[in-house]
Structure formats: C-alpha cells, structure tokens
Design a protein around this ligand. Structure first.
Ligand code: NAP
Length: 250
C-alpha cells in the first residue's frame, strides 16, 4: 500500500502567525492544511507562499468554534494525507474594555473560539494520531499568549483568561496522551506585529508598546513560527507539556 503523505493542520493560517507557521512547516517537507475563518483571498495567498517554498497546501474555511465545521475540516485533512501535527493557532481578541463593560456574548465568543475551538480541534487530532486509536502518534502545539500570565487588566481579561485555559489544557492533555505517541506543547507569544491588533481597535499596538518590551521591539510572526515548528519536530522528541514564552523578555 502506498504511504500517505504527512500532513500538518494549522488553524487560522490565512494571515499573521498562522501563515508564517504554515510556510515554515512546509519547508520541513510536510503537506499543510490551511484553515481560516472567512478571508479566502488571504488563505489563497498563504497557499501560494507555501507552493513558492516548494510545498503543497490546501485552504479550508472552517470556524474552529463550530463543531460541524471542525468535522468538515478534518474530513478535508483526512483526504489530504496522514495527520502528524496540529497547530491550534486560530484566535481572536476584542476591543479594549473592562469586565464591567463586557457583554456575555463577547465573553462566550472569546471562549468559543480560543478555548472550545482549541479543544475540539485537539480532540479530533487525538482521535487520529493516538496509538490508542490505531494512529502513529504526532504533535500538537497550542498558540497561547503571555497575556495568560499578565492578565491584560483594562484591555481584555476575557482573552487572557481564555489563553490561561489553553495553557492548563496543554498541560493536562500532554499528560493524558504522553504514552500514546502524542506530544502537546504551547507557545506563548508576546506582542507580535500582525493584524490582530487592528481587530482589537489598536492597529499601532505593536509599535506603541515596544518600549514596555525588554527587547524594545515587537516580535515577527516568523520568530513565533520557528518555535512552533521546533516543537512539532522530532528535535523536540522529549518535550511535552511545555509552555514556551516567545516574548522578547516580556
Ligand atoms: P491575526 O493576524 O488576526 O490572524 C488570525 C487568524 O485566525 C486568521 O487566519 C483568521 O482567519 C483566523 N481565525 C479567526 N477566527 C477564526 C475562527 N473562528 N476559526 C478559524 N480561524 C479563525 O492573528 P495573529 O496575530 O496571527 O494571532 C495568531 C494567534 O496568536 C492567536 O491565537 C493569537 O491569540 C495569538 N497571539 C497573537 C499575538 C500578537 O501580538 N499578534 C500575541 C499573543 C498571542 P481569517 O483571515 O479568515 O479571518
């Protein structure tokens, strides 16, 4: 029987950090599934960048916070090859607000996408990669945020709390599946220059806050991608349940 090609799924890979992860993973020789929410044009650009780097990719629109869409996403993954890695990168912030100004709908969306999405995607990955289910193992990397450590008071405590849930989920799942061939780790970026800040109403946040960062600059998406791809790789074969800050010292 012909071996299926190895596939890595990167959620939220149409732009920003996810795009950089998709390209860096493709350079390692795996096929990449590029999940995105709605920006088909940007996702197509990521596919083109992967192909320009000598790789192969498909783009699939799926909201990670909607179970049926996660199921459809994994059907596409299964059609593209054998899953060996998943990066839970899709994530959202909201405009700066205090808790006493936040609607319940906002808090629910924050957790639906950032936490439930991460957990549903990881669950589907475990069902495919765990030796308990006949799989051959693999790696999961969750993209958290140093806000999980800082709390983001007056900015978005909902986002910070959701990312803290991702951290604890990473530790627990890592121990749960450690003997089943799956490693689970998290990367906590500091401030990275992407479009996420515009979606939070602060397009200049990355440059405006540079002075508060010990390295005095925002990070680049490629610098986060390098850490993620290392954690996906066999070079990190004894690393699981780790939470790696990539934050310029912040
Ligand atoms: P970004 O530039 O805003 O890109 C977000 C990506 O996620 C896009 O590809 C978007 O797709 C996708 N997405 C949004 N909601 C989704 C959903 N419900 N289902 C599937 N995909 C969805 O964000 P980024 O700055 O690259 O952030 C990536 C990750 O890093 C996030 O988890 C974020 O919390 C984390 N992070 C970022 C920073 C930072 O400073 N940038 C710092 C710490 C942590 P569309 O293009 O289709 O909208």
């Amino acid at each position: 029987m012909t071996e299926l090609p190895d596939v890595v799924l990167v959620t939220g890979a149409s732009r920003g950090i996810g795009r950089a992860i998709a390209v860096a993973a493709a350079r390692k020789g795996v096929r990449v599934v590029i999940d995105y929410a709605g920006n088909a044009e940007a996702a197509a650009e990521t596919v083109a960048l992967v192909e320009a780097a000598g790789g192969e990719a498909i783009a699939v629109a799926a909201d990670v916070g909607v179970e049926a869409e996660v199921a459809a996403l994994f059907a596409a993954v299964d059609g593209f090859g054998r899953l060996v890695g998943v990066v839970n990168n899709a994530g959202v912030v909201d405009v700066a607000a205090r808790l006493d100004e936040m609607s319940t709908a906002r808090i629910e969306r924050m957790f639906r996408i950032n936490v439930f999405g991460t957990m549903m995607v990881a669950r589907e990955a475990v069902r495919r990669m765990s030796t308990r289910h006949g799989g051959r193992g693999g790696a999961i990397v969750n993209v958290s945020s140093i806000s999980a450590r800082l709390g983001s008071a007056g900015q978005y405590v909902d986002y910070a709390a959701a990312k803290a849930a991702v951290d604890t989920f990473t530790i627990g799942l890592a121990r749960e599946v450690a003997s089943e061939g799956i490693r689970v780790n998290a990367v906590r970026p500091g401030i990275v220059d992407t479009e996420i800040h515009a979606s939070g109403g602060q397009p200049d946040r990355a440059t405006a806050l540079a002075d508060q960062i010990p390295m005095k600059r925002a990070g680049r998406a490629e610098e986060i991608a390098a850490a993620v791809v290392w954690l996906l790789s066999d070079a990190a074969s004894y690393t699981t349940g780790a939470i790696l800050d990539v934050s310029g010292g912040r």
